[in-house]
Ligand binder design. Structure first.
Ligand code: ADP
Length: 537
């Protein structure tokens, strides 16, 4: 954790700035303390010099008049000051003539003594031209150090030309009469310097602590926190949480980075949503196409089944046609030969003929389904053909209670077809509708031109919709099978739609059904429009 914090950007900045500040504070603290010490020492030296000079001036008159008592008294009074440790007056030969310490009076000090070395720096000859205020030294005494001022007492004219003191005057060739040594205690200055050092150290440390704290707060608020929010945002984005928003509202680079990041995340989300929508649309399209393929596949199987059934039916019909013709012919011959009083035989022969003709009718239907009959195609107006077919069936009792609704598109083109066969298909569809509705209801016939997207061809479509009970799902796939019927025996043969299917296929068209139980049934007949035919022709 600590290692991680130190490796972070904020951690590195804190260490760098903290180190710089600490070093800076130490250097400036040292310079400041040193400067302060110099100032204080200079103040002490100035004070000491003026005091030493005062002592010199104080004893001047006493020395001039050789009043030893006055000198001693002056020295004693001034040395009572707390800052002064000792005052001594040395004569020229190094003997202490006066001193605030009585025990020192009379002691002789050699020129090698550290105090004497201030003036006697190189050998015997003293340096008399040193400025007085520089004649000092620090002596490492206890309990406090001593600032020692050594001021020479020069032989002035008043000393050797004053008649009042002629008894002890000095020769005018003598430059220095003695030295005044004044010792000052540095205790007060030392204590102040010590206090300054401690203060500087404490305030410096406190300053570093406060600045470091403020720096930590600033770096946390403006660097560390935004960086961790950005880091968290990136991790969430990587995990796929695209709704996550980084909340940095500042106007600085971090805010800009967060706003750029948020807009990037929203773009990614939009792309992802679009991709998902595309994928869903693609899946739906694939599903639609798959069901279309399945339907087409089923239709193909159905068509193949119907084709093979048609071939089989054609074979059977062909084989049965001749014997049936024979049965009918011979039955008629027998009928002619049968005497009129033999009524039962005549009746039986009529039944044979009737049944044989019914069989013949079925066979013809089978031949129509199997396309074995010939047809002649002409250009036909489908609307007119439909209308004439309706007019034909309308007169029959079966259709007396059926209402026909016509919804024709007048612009449909003519189609090349065998009108008789097509009429047969229409009649089949009308009869089935009437049967389904129990001869009471509505039949709507609509025509239109359509473009089949599957093969890109144009067709005329005729839709027959009735208001009957509809066809169950179970029967829907079987209505075009030959012999499939739900009508009672003797009424339905199950060939009507099978034959219609054969006819329409022979025309290159298609017939299909759509129905739901309880919602009627719709049959769609599609006939191809030849290339040179166009709408409205
Ligand atoms: P048939 O009319 O001799 O039964 P079809 O091949 O014409 O033979 O019809 C087959 C079957 O299709 C009918 O028996 C009937 O069950 C069903 N069918 C045809 N048309 C309709 C319709 N409009 N409504 C309901 N069922 C129908």
């Amino acid at each position: 954790m600590v290692r991680k914090s130190l490796n972070s950007l904020a951690g590195k900045l804190i260490i760098a700035v903290g180190t710089l500040m600490t070093l800076g504070s130490i250097v400036f603290g040292y310079i400041f303390v040193h400067y302060e010490e110099n100032i204080m020492m200079n103040s002490l030296v100035n004070y000491a010099y003026s005091t030493a000079d005062l002592v010199k001036k104080g004893i001047y008159y006493g020395m001039l008049t050789n009043h030893r008592d006055a000198i001693e008294q002056t020295i004693e009074v001034i040395s009572t000051s707390a800052a002064i440790k000792n005052i001594s007056v040395f004569n020229k030969s190094g003997r202490i003539a006066f001193s605030s310490k009585n025990e020192d009076i009379g002691k002789v000090v050699s020129k090698d003594n550290v105090t004497c070395r201030i003036c006697h720096k190189s050998g015997e000859k003293p340096l008399i031209n040193i400025p007085e205020f520089k004649n000092w030294m620090i002596v490492p005494d206890t309990p406090s150090k001593t600032l020692r001022f050594v001021i020479p007492i020069f032989n002035e004219p008043s000393c050797f030309s004053n008649s009042a003191v002629s008894c002890h005057h000095h020769a005018d060739s003598q430059k220095v009469l003695g030295v005044l040594v004044t010792d000052f205690s540095t205790a007060t200055v030392d204590a102040t310097i010590k206090q300054n050092r401690i203060g500087t150290f404490l305030f410096g440390g406190l300053f570093i602590l406060i600045i470091s704290f403020v720096l930590c707060v600033i770096l946390y608020k403006f660097v560390s926190k935004p960086v961790s929010l950005l880091d968290e945002g990136m991790h969430k984005l990587a995990k796929g949480e695209l709704d996550h928003i980084i909340e940095i509202n500042s106007n600085d680079e971090m805010g800009l980075l967060a706003r750029t990041f948020n807009s990037m995340a929203s773009d990614i989300k939009n792309y992802k949503d679009n991709m998902e929508n595309w994928t869903k649309a693609l899946e739906a399209e694939i599903q639609k196409k798959t069901s279309e393929i399945m339907k087409a596949h089923d239709q193909l199987i159905n068509a193949e089944k119907l084709a093979s059934l048609g071939r089989m039916a054609a074979g059977v019909a062909h084989e049965l046609n001749s014997p049936l013709t024979g049965i009918v012919t011979f039955a008629y011959l027998m009928l002619k030969r049968t005497p009129s009083e033999n009524k039962q035989d005549i009746e039986d022969l009529h039944v044979i003929i009737e049944q044989a003709e019914r069989c013949s009718k079925i066979i013809k239907g089978l031949l129509g389904f199997s396309r074995k009959t010939t047809s002649e195609k002409v250009l036909v107006d489908i609307n007119a053909l439909t209308e004439s077919t309706i007019a034909m069936v309308r007169n029959q009792a079966k259709f007396h209670n059926i209402k026909f609704n016509l919804n024709f598109d007048d612009a449909i083109p003519q189609v090349s077809t065998d009108p008789n066969q097509l009429q047969q298909v229409f009649i089949n569809l009308f009869i089935n509708a009437a049967d389904a509705m129990n001869e009471r209801g509505q039949v709507t016939v609509a025509t239109r031109t359509i473009l089949d997207t599957a093969d890109g061809k144009k067709y005329v479509e005729i839709e027959f919709t009735d208001s009957g009970p509809g066809i169950s799902e179970e029967h829907l796939g079987r209505v075009f099978e030959p012999f499939f019927t739900t009508k009672p025996v003797g009424k339905g043969t199950g060939l009507g739609l099978a034959v219609s299917y054969g006819i329409i296929k022979k025309h290159g068209g298609n017939i299909s059904v759509r129905s739901e139980m309880g919602k009627g049934a719709s049959f769609f007949v599609r006939l191809p429009v030849e290339n040179n035919q166009s709408a409205g022709e």
